[in-house]
Design a protein around this ligand. Structure first.
Ligand code: GDP
Ligand code: CA
Length: 321
């Protein structure tokens, strides 16, 4: 499975219920460096969610988190100009979360690749899936804004709440990156490749921007099944519509399917699940050479999410036939 943060992690909770062996290829385009600490928001969201440490209320970061270190840093930033640049006040750097970032930074400093760092962190969190970063090379999604500014994706998403329109994205570092060890092998050996209801542009799209990954998906022996992150013309949570608009894709379940494209025509997916609210999209998606079914796609609880995962596996069986 190719995964972003919250949407991918929640879907994984349901998929894990079914007891399959799962490899997760996680988005690293959200990663940023603060005070020398490399922070990997999507990998950590998957790790904490599946490891039982996620904040249920926020959906990211740790449960029972405190922000004393950040408050102290803000105190410095308010009185020292040269500190202000170093401490983005909008980033939710929690005290418990900081322990993860400190360890990761130290291992990276000692030359341990991100994939190995992630595996080590998962020895504690035991997510029940194999979690791989898409790439060990640092990549970062940067956003071009209508007002001419270029900012890191996190600044656009968290500080600006995607309210200033984006005109495009660049995955800085992607062209010289390579898939992390195990990524292409996992895609080659998979029985099923899943695109969960993650953000198609800044989560799945960034993973696919790592040279070699999209080709591996296109050429895989396994069926590729996606689940729509758009329900009834809107992202269920978050601002994915702002990302789709920036690349000229309408915010609809059918448009996202067409954006990925049918593998039979050089695209990426064989099957696509839309929510029952989008049943009218089935004909258009099918017409584009993609098998399509309308099923409930709201991850309201574990049972509903596991049913979505079952539906994806069922659609894969149909594709195989
Ligand atoms: P992020 O990295 O935290 O933004 O998480 P992802 O990229 O993995 O997933 C975010 C996407 O999940 C959002 O754009 C939503 O469209 C989608 N999403 C969230 N909750 C649901 C849900 O219950 N059902 C569906 N179909 N999509 C959802
Ligand atoms: Ca993300």
């Amino acid at each position: 499975m190719l995964s972003g943060g919250i949407g991918g992690a929640r879907f994984l909770l349901g998929l894990r219920e079914l007891g399959h062996e799962v490899t997760v290829i996680g988005n690293t385009g959200d990663d940023l460096t603060i005070l020398g600490l490399r922070i990997c928001p999507d990998l950590d969201t998957v790790m904490y969610t599946l490891g039982g440490g996620i904040s249920a209320e926020r959906g990211w970061g740790r449960e029972a988190e405190s922000f004393r270190v950040r408050e102290e840093l803000t105190g410095y930033a308010e009185s020292i100009t040269s500190a202000a640049d170093l401490v983005p006040s909008w980033f939710g750097l929690g005290d418990l979360d900081l322990a993860t970032h400190l360890l990761r930074a130290e291992w990276l400093r000692r030359g341990v690749p991100l994939s190995e760092v992630t595996e080590r962190l998962c020895e504690r969190w035991r997510p029940g899936v194999r979690l791989l970063p898409a790439t060990d090379s640092p990549v970062e999604t940067h956003v071009d804004l209508v007002d001419g500014r270029r900012v890191h994706f996190q600044e656009w998403w968290v500080r600006l709440q995607a309210e200033v329109a984006a005109t495009g994205f660049e995955v800085v570092g992607a062209s010289s990156s390579a898939p992390a060890p195990g990524v292409v092998e996992a895609l080659n050996d998979a029985d099923l490749i899943v695109l969960p209801p993650s953000n198609p542009v800044v989560s799945v799209g960034v993973i696919l921007a790592v040279p070699g990954i999209a080709t591996a998906v296109r050429n895989a022996a396994a069926p590729v099944i996606g689940l729509s992150p758009i329900v009834g013309g809107a992202p269920v949570r978050g601002m994915a519509d702002a990302c789709l608009s920036a690349i000229g894709v309408p915010t609809s379940a059918a448009a996202v399917a067409h954006h990925y494209g049918s593998r039979s025509a050089g695209g990426l997916i064989d099957g696509w699940l839309v929510d029952e609210a989008d049943a009218e999209a089935v004909a258009a998606v099918t017409g584009g050479g993609i098998r399509c079914l309308a099923v409930p796609l709201m991850m309201t609880d574990l049972a509903a999410t596991a049913a979505m995962a079952s539906a994806a596996i069922g659609l894969a069986d149909e594709v195989r036939r």
